[in-house]
Design a binder for this molecule. Structure first.
Ligand SMILES: [Zn+2]
Length: 69
């Protein structure tokens, strides 16, 4: 198994498929004139490494099983 995290949508007006990203979340470091350009919870994402998450749900008990092939 490989460690990673699930990306979260920042825009609340739209929805997209959640994705899995490998590694530990690292705060986005971009700065301009010494000022941080993003909120501290915004993380670096390598779009090429994103894997859409597929969820299977048990119709009897609601148990979810996730895959990111
Ligand atoms: Zn079940």
């Amino acid at each position: 198994m490989e460690a990673g995290f699930v990306t979260d949508q920042v825009d609340r007006a739209t929805h997209g498929q959640s994705c899995w990203h490998p590694g530990a979340p690292e705060p986005k470091k971009a700065r301009m004139l010494g000022i941080r350009l993003f909120e501290s919870w915004v993380v670096e994402i390598d779009n090429a490494k994103l894997r859409p998450i597929i969820l299977y749900r048990c119709p009897d008990c609601g148990f979810l099983e996730a895959y990111a092939p």
